[in-house]
Design a protein. Structure first.
Length: 174
């Protein structure tokens, strides 16, 4: 018998996570590696996985089977439709934890940070989490300044486009 924490990892799979500001790796790869190290350091906690881009869905419900969780995490790819629906991700994660019976309920949100999609505003979802006693921790994935995003062109092959990278730390703190 275990009395651990119930944790949902909410992982951003939007197109902006393709940015390679952690050369040679992109933001999604780095976020997945951070999540794997986090999972490896846990025992007795039920952990689930929600992935999101323009929408959000549960990739893995709360489980103690970290092998299955890590296998599903390895299979996470960039999501469709594109966008960053932070409010939807948070609402989906909180819904997963609503009836969880762990001594504590936590959402860890890994994103590069600017909400631009979804039907639920992040502030509304955060208020629902607070009301239900779910703690939310955010991790911003990315750097400030310019970042390179690969574009696969059928004629010219892979090329890189420079974008202005920004992690909305203020919104993540709220």
């Amino acid at each position: 018998k275990s009395e651990g924490i119930d944790i949902v990892l909410a992982l951003d799979t939007s197109g902006s996570m393709r940015a390679e500001d952690f050369r040679p790796d992109n933001r999604l790869h780095v976020a997945k590696e951070v999540a794997k190290r986090f999972i490896a350091g846990r025992s007795g906690d039920r952990i689930g996985l929600v992935v999101f881009a323009g929408g959000a869905y549960t990739q893995c419900p709360l489980t103690l089977d970290y092998g299955v969780l890590l296998n599903l995490l390895d299979k996470v790819e960039f999501g469709e439709p594109d966008g960053t629906a932070i409010g939807m991700a948070l609402a989906t994660s909180v819904n997963r934890l609503r009836r969880a019976e762990g001594k504590s309920r936590v959402v860890i949100l890994l994103t590069d940070g600017q909400n631009n999609a979804g039907e639920i505003d992040p502030a509304t979802a955060a208020e629902a989490a607070r009301t239900l006693g779910v703690r939310v921790y955010t991790i911003g994935a990315g750097t400030e300044g310019e970042a390179q995003i690969p574009i696969d062109d059928p004629v010219f092959g892979r090329r890189y486009v420079t974008i202005e990278a920004h992690v909305d730390d203020a919104a993540l703190e709220r």
